[in-house]
Design a protein around this ligand. Structure first.
Ligand code: EPZ
Length: 426
């Protein structure tokens, strides 16, 4: 297995391109199932999960062709065509490795009237149930049964009749599945307390481009009027706001200055507000977001929350950064029950972090020290990279396949702005 080796202490500076958003790409790809016409996605990130999703769609009869990036994009172009859906199954061996595969459920139900999708099971950060996905689709008229670890969903021959569902808990994936299930319904589908993440706005914009009728985009109430069919479209995946926030933390932890090309403050306002409160100077320019962290870091008190709150996907990265703050910070993780797997690894690098239930107290220290550490999940592994960039000495991050799921060409991007970092194969 590959590992990443960092000799820390370098101050980062320069331009760093931000790739297309992983969590948008993974909900845009299954939209190809909703039409027999070609759907072309631009600015797709080169990530393991995007490749896996393409293979899953191939097994359902979707053809996929890849071209190089357009000049104005950082990511590749993929054209998908579901002329005829030849299979409606997402098997356990795929779903267990990539949880986002469950996002074929809504589109298969909408286009083919049926879907058999493995229950995803849990992962390192939590149990990750899909009960809300199923309840929303049931509210729109789907028949759902669970047997032998699989969800079997079916719609009446005439299509989903439509209905209304209020989410008791904000869920990104369940909102996405429900929207994709609703766009070909026979009637109107209403979602209350829907997730408002920018990736869901991206999804709605693609579906509108394909001919859908969706009102309330960007709000917690979505009204979707089903159409008989959708047509193809070409759409550019939004920039990855979590990647951009992660590299902003890289500038902050090394006291550097980075230009995050393609990033937009409007998609990461809570992250920007927290960084500014920590003393980081951030402004948007024509090329992206400029981050200047040469003034030192102040401690913060932060709680994760659904968008527009502080993103849970930024918690681990901020924890690493706040190890260098001048004082004690308090972080509370309200979304996932086990998203502190990075703490014991950061502690091996000298971090002073105390976890009590969902809350972590991070006492800033002057220096982290390099050590061999183990990645456990995607964002935890990024927090270890960040700590390694600032630590005195050498840090080895093992199990970097976690990183490859969400950070395209990480070592190349960091080398280009001055980091002493390399990937070492077994
Ligand atoms: C998406 O996961 C993201 N993944 C996650 O990013 C992100 O952390 C999460 O949203 C929250 O923002 C993708 O978009 C591919 P949820 P998702 O449904 O949809 C509970 C990363 O690092 N819940 O919003 O699975 C759930 O247990 C990944 O890029 C139910 O109870 O998250 C959690 O406590 C990690 N029942 C809360 O809701 C359900 O049916 C939020 O989960 C669904 C969710």
């Amino acid at each position: 297995m590959d590992k990443i080796v960092i000799n820390g202490g370098k101050t980062l500076s320069g331009d760093l391109p931000i790739s297309g958003a992983k969590n948008s790409a993974l909900t845009l790809l299954p939209c190809a199932l909703l039409t027999d016409e070609p759907v072309t996605l631009r600015n797709l990130p080169r990530l393991a999960d995007v490749d896996s999703f393409g293979h899953l769609l191939n097994q359902m009869g979707v053809s996929t062709t890849i071209e190089g990036a357009r000049p104005e994009d950082f990511g590749r172009v993929m054209t998908l065509r579901a002329g005829r859906i030849t299979a409606t199954v997402a098997p356990y061996d795929i779903v267990r490795k990539m949880r986002a595969s469950i996002l074929v459920l809504g589109p298969l139900l909408a286009r083919a009237g049926e879907a058999t999708v493995s229950l995803p099971g849990g992962c390192a950060i939590g149990n990750r149930p899909i009960d809300l996905h199923l309840k929303a689709l049931e509210a729109f008229g789907a028949e759902i049964e669970i047997a032998s670890g699989y969800v079997r969903a079916s719609a009446p021959k005439s299509g989903l009749p439509g209905g209304e569902y209020t989410f008791p808990v904000v869920s990104v994936g369940a909102t996405e599945n429900a929207i994709m299930g609703a766009v070909l319904a026979n009637g109107q589908c209403i979602l209350n307390n829907a997730a408002r993440e920018p990736e869901i706005v991206d999804l709605c914009k693609l579906l509108i481009a394909m001919g859908s009728d969706i009102e309330g985009i960007g709000t917690s109430k979505l009204v979707i009027t089903g159409k008989d069919r959708l047509h193809g479209a070409t759409y550019r995946v939004m920039a990855d706001r979590i990647e951009a926030g992660s590299y902003a933390c890289a500038a902050a932890i090394t006291g550097g200055t980075l230009n995050l090309l393609g990033a937009k403050i409007s998609e990461m306002e809570a992250t920007v507000a927290a960084l500014r409160e920590a003393g980081v100077l951030i402004e948007e320019n024509a090329k992206g977001v400029h981050v200047n962290a040469s003034q030192g870091l102040k401690p913060l008190t932060l709680s994760t929350a659904p968008f527009p709150g502080f993103a849970t996907d930024m918690q681990a990265q901020f924890m690493a950064m706040l190890c260098r703050a001048d004082g004690a910070s308090v972080l509370t993780e309200t979304i996932f029950e086990n998203r502190y797997m990075h703490v014991p690894e950061l502690s091996r690098m000298g971090a002073d972090i105390e976890v009590k239930g969902r809350t972590a107290v991070v006492r800033g220290i002057s220096d982290l020290t390099g050590a061999p550490v183990m990645a456990t999940d995607l964002r935890a592994s990024m927090s270890l990279i960040l700590a390694g960039l600032a630590a005195k000495g050498t840090t080895e991050v093992n199990r970097v396949y976690h990183l490859d799921r969400g950070y395209e060409r990480l070592e190349e991007k960091l080398q280009a702005v001055g980091a002493n970092i390399e990937r070492v194969g077994d």
